[in-house]
Design a protein. Structure first.
Length: 325
């Protein structure tokens, strides 16, 4: 009996000591060897962390967008054997740079668009700075490098096309407009999850801009975005295959259709007939993105697959006029 009790006691003590040593040494080895464990990722998902609380408070639209992007990216990772948890946590931090000037991003605007009063180059610098500032902030916070990488890579080296075109239109005959001033610094996505994040980021923004998010409209915008990202060579430096890209596209479509699909009808509920309600073309929506588009072809999707509705001048819209009163 004494032998049995001794064995149980030593086994229990050994287990407790092992757990304690692991808890103490795991962060050390994660830091030294750059290993990002699921335990660390789950710790980073804590909504009580100051930076996530600040994002939710200062940029609630961006915070909601980040969670939605994380859901899309996580599901897409599953179909191509990517790290879904890494993608979801990366999404929580990918736009933390917007906390510096949240009102300059359309998901946080409540009617007025401050870009209407700025020169295109000024607007471009503010929007691009959310990547440079976000990267700097993430490093100051001591975030793992893999999480930091999502911040610049989810935009890659794409151009703010609509602001560039505005600048070229407004330029004096002797004025030279440099495309590089309107280009994100990059790099392009270097790993699978960052590429998926790039696609999910644009697809979520575009779907939220739809006045009528039907399966057909969702398929149209997702396909257009993926094709644009590929045509802009943004995925040339990661290890995605064409087969995986097709699987990711279909996953995005399925997820967005599931999110926006009409809910199950309850007994006695008479659904409205098709076309009985329609947002006016380009109507403002202060609760989500700044504009809603009836025709998905009107969504300002750049040649690189970016959604640039910050570039749309709403100073003459009925909503803007209402806000000004």
């Amino acid at each position: 009996l004494n032998t049995v009790l001794w064995s149980l006691g030593t086994g229990l003590a050994s287990g407790m000591i092992t757990a304690a040593v692991t808890a103490v040494l795991l962060p050390f080895f994660e830091s030294i060897f750059g290993v990002l464990t699921d335990v660390k990722l789950l710790e980073l998902s804590n909504a009580d962390l100051p930076i996530l609380g600040q994002l939710a408070l200062r940029a609630p639209g961006t915070n909601q967008h980040s969670h939605a992007v994380g859901q899309l990216a996580e599901e897409a990772c599953r179909v191509v054997n990517g790290n879904g948890l890494l993608a979801r946590i990366g999404a929580l931090y990918h736009d933390i740079g917007k906390t510096a000037a949240p009102e300059h991003f359309v998901e946080n605007q409540m009617g007025r668009n401050p870009h209407d009063k700025l020169k295109p180059l000024q607007s471009a610098k503010i929007i691009i700075s959310h990547v440079t500032y976000g990267t700097k902030l993430a490093r100051e916070l001591g975030l793992p490098q893999r999480i930091v990488d999502f911040i610049p890579q989810h935009h890659g080296t794409r151009t703010l096309h609509y602001f560039l075109k505005k600048a070229q239109t407004q330029a004096r005959p002797d004025e030279i407009i440099s495309e590089n001033d309107f280009r994100y610094p990059g790099p392009k996505p270097q790993f699978k999850e960052a590429a998926i994040m790039m696609i999910a980021d644009s697809c979520e923004a575009a779907a939220r801009s739809l006045a009528e998010p039907t399966p057909e409209n969702i398929r149209f915008i997702v396909t257009k975005i993926v094709d644009a990202i590929v045509a802009d060579d943004q995925l040339d430096e990661c290890d995605l295959t064409l087969r995986e890209l097709t699987q990711i596209r279909e996953s995005m479509i399925r997820s967005l259709v599931a999110i926006y699909h009409s809910r199950v009808d309850y007994p006695g509920y008479v659904p409205p007939t098709s076309g009985s309600f329609r947002f006016p073309d380009g109507a403002a929506d202060s609760e989500e993105r700044g504009l809603r588009y009836v025709n998905p072809r009107d969504i300002p999707i750049s040649p690189g697959g970016e959604i640039e509705d910050e570039a749309i001048d709403r100073s003459g819209s009925p909503e803007a006029a209402t806000t000004a009163k």
